[in-house]
Write a protein that binds this ligand. Structure first.
Ligand code: SAM
Ligand code: SF4
Length: 343
């Protein structure tokens, strides 16, 4: 009797483990460099945006994200620029939602300035998005407008409300700026926690060639924490994100406060993430220039073999860590804007 050959298991997709043994399970994807704000620490007043032909199409974004999911990425964060200003971006969320339905992706999320949430919150929830980050640096309308150069705080507040009504879990991100919003550290925590939202403070990073004031606005998060400790009893919480955030609980409110300290804390040893720009450049580290051109790999071939090989090759080059330094005379550590790399 001739036995049929035993079925071969499908060749397991190579998982994305880098040379330092870190498993890459988190991809952040910038879908546009454009934005309806011009936050002072992020963009110049006058920005020249990329020509449309340089951007990955929404189909290409789906293709590259799906390749990462096949390789074991479990979390996708859509960012920008402002992701919700990209025309028809909901078709990308709808497409990526299929990976949640199939159980191949654990989380699809986004970081947004919140202005378009009144329009999109329900649809995001319907696509399987459960948690979102909304960036908000001030609760004072005039100050908010100065920081964002054009933002309408009331519109963002309506957006946050719409997201909460849609059942999305909202986390607030605030960049700590010395002499700009440092008097709002405690009020922002009270406001966010009062609505059941976590709040994370971010240290301003030297990215993009903007203007020198940002260096003067640098505020170490140790100072933010000291300010909070005057008002709240802070209990450190174990880190579960594999990312740069450290968390505490404010006992008086029961809410969580995060600190993202790329400048003063070395979190690289647990880094599980890579970033894709809206032009298809894969950056292996937020603080290093080394990248891989996935757009060329995609446009050069109809099937995904070249793309997957380019991803593997890039991960084999993921550097051990980064080296940010804010120094008065130095230029930006990384010349690209956050809105290009995706924050
Ligand atoms: N437009 C969306 C938003 O503002 O949430 C997503 C993109 S934005 C680049 C992502 C995050 O990066 C925001 O929370 C923003 O505050 C932060 N960011 C931008 N430039 C930064 C900088 N130079 N240093 C630290 N954080 C920065
Ligand atoms: Fe736009 Fe976000 Fe940058 Fe502000 S931080 S300019 S909202 S991309």
């Amino acid at each position: 009797m001739i036995l049929a050959p035993a079925p071969q298991p499908a060749s397991p997709a190579r998982d994305l483990t880098d040379p330092f043994g870190r498993r890459v399970s988190y991809l952040r994807v910038s879908v546009t460099d454009r934005c309806d704000f011009r936050c002072v620490y992020c963009m110049a007043e006058e920005m020249t945006f990329l020509p449309k032909r340089d951007l990955l199409t929404l189909e290409e974004l789906d293709r590259v994200c799906s390749a990462f999911v096949r390789k074991g990425v479990k979390k996708l964060r859509i960012t920008g620029g402002e992701p919700l200003v990209r025309r028809d971006v909901m078709s990308l969320f709808r497409a990526l939602g299929r990976h949640l339905d199939a159980g191949d992706l654990e989380e699809l999320t986004l970081t947004t300035n919140g202005t378009l949430l009144t329009r999109y919150a329900d649809e995001l929830a319907a696509c399987g998005v459960r948690r979102i980050n909304v960036s908000l640096d001030s609760l004072d309308p005039d100050r908010f407008r100065r920081i964002t150069r054009r933002g309408d705080l009331a519109q963002v507040m309506r957006g946050i409300e719409a997201a909460r009504r849609a059942g999305l879990h909202v986390k607030i991100n605030a960049v700590a700026l010395k002499g700009v919003n440092d008097d709002e550290i405690v009020p922002m925590a009270e406001w966010a926690h009062g609505l059941g939202m976590d709040l994370t403070f971010i240290e301003v990073m030297p990215m993009g060639d903007i203007e020198p004031e940002r260096i003067d606005q640098y505020m170490p998060l140790t100072a933010v924490r000291d300010r909070l400790a005057e008002r709240f009893a802070l209990t450190p919480l174990p880190d579960r994100t594999g990312g740069p955030a450290r968390y505490v609980r404010a006992e008086e409110t029961g809410g969580r406060i995060g600190f993202i300290t790329p400048m003063t804390h070395n979190f690289c040893e647990s880094c599980n993430r890579v970033r894709l720009t809206c032009t298809g450049q894969l950056y292996l580290c937020l603080g290093q220039e080394d990248s891989a051109d996935l757009r060329a790999a995609m446009r050069g071939s109809e099937d995904d073999e070249r793309l997957e090989a380019a991803i593997d090759e890039a991960i084999s080059r993921k550097p051990k860590g980064h080296d940010f330094l804010i120094e008065r005379k130095a230029g930006p550590a990384v010349p690209r804007h956050m809105s290009v790399t995706g924050g």
